[in-house]
Design a protein around this ligand. Sequence first.
Ligand code: AMP
Ligand code: MG
Length: 403
Amino acid sequence: MIGIDNALNIINENIKKLTLEKKDILSCLNKTLAEDIYSKDDLPPFDKSAMDGYAIKSEDTRNCGAENAAEFDVKGSIKAGDYCEDELKPGEAFKIMTGAPLPKGADAVIEIEKVEVKGNILKVSQAVNKDNNVIKLGEETKAGELVLNRGRIIRPVEVGLLASLGYGFVHVYKSPTIALIITGDELVGIDSKFERGKIRNSNEYSLKALIKNLGAKALSMGVVKDDKDNLREKIKYALKNADIVVSSGGASVGDYDFVDDILKEIRADIKFTSVAIKPGKPVTFATYKEKLFFSLPGNPLSLITTFEELVKPAIEKMMGRQIKNKEIFPVILAEDFKAKAGRKKYVFVKIKKDNNKYYAYKTGSQCSNHLKTMSKSNGIIIIPEECGNVKAGKILSGKFIFK
Ligand code: AMP
Ligand code: MG
């Protein structure tokens, strides 16, 4: 049995290569940029009006006031998308729409709401500053400027930004494909009637949801009976067709727990077979020709915990994401919690904020079958390996889950 930090280091060392792919920007949503993005142009590419109004020379309004209006000849109108060839002369104005390029000679726009117009004559009764309501050429971005760094996660705003910079396709890190092997003779589908001894297969759905949440791809191999030959074939197929294989159940030392035996038979390189955490001790991690294999326990809570703590960091690294530990923060126990020394314990709790401090409350039985407890929880507290029972008031590390 090894500690979780050690386990994470071993997993990390065994992620050999990150694969890149060039994708259209919409398909890059939530992926990590694998190249630096430079602006090809000055943006905006011309001085443009930020308002519907009149383009003028600010100089012409220098002495203007309520008693001293300036009058301009309106020479025409410029709408967004037009380009005006005429040069503005002193005493002249152009009507201009938001987004339209300023005519040569103009250096300010006064809003439509602030002027009087009679026929072709515009009256301005206030001084207008140079660059008023003008978005200057290159004000947002200069040609050649580094706009997005490699490693950035592409959110909807970056999709729009890339489009504005003229990038339809960019390089991102390829999401790994994760094959799922769900073992257990006791499992029936969601719609099936319970026969004696059977339970519903929830793990397949939890795993698919966890993977979907990360933006990775699941390759489901469905439920595999606890039959060694059948399971061996499924494991071989999964290792051939996915980057990571995650199995559920059959991970322990019961008579029908075959996963470790099969990994030995096919000469996978088994790195560890149990981790000192609760829930979730029986986790095997192995590599096979640069593919990663995680055998997770079948208990629903153990499965989700081990996925979150061990598999998710591997998937995130393959997706080029920065693995951050900063989400952990101090949490004060609002109640006593029972625990046994020996393993690091992840306890599902409700974390509430009060007076800028976080407090942990119980949400129910921590039996590793009880998904309901997890569903009532918004976080976990981590009780260190050496600790047994912990008293209310103690400060432990905690974090929010599924955020
Ligand atoms: P195992 O790890 O195969 O020994 O299974 C441990 C516990 O988890 C048993 O109570 C199983 O019935 C339960 N379990 C195993 N697989 C699933 C699954 N796919 N969905 C829900 N519960 C499961
Ligand atoms: Mg089983």
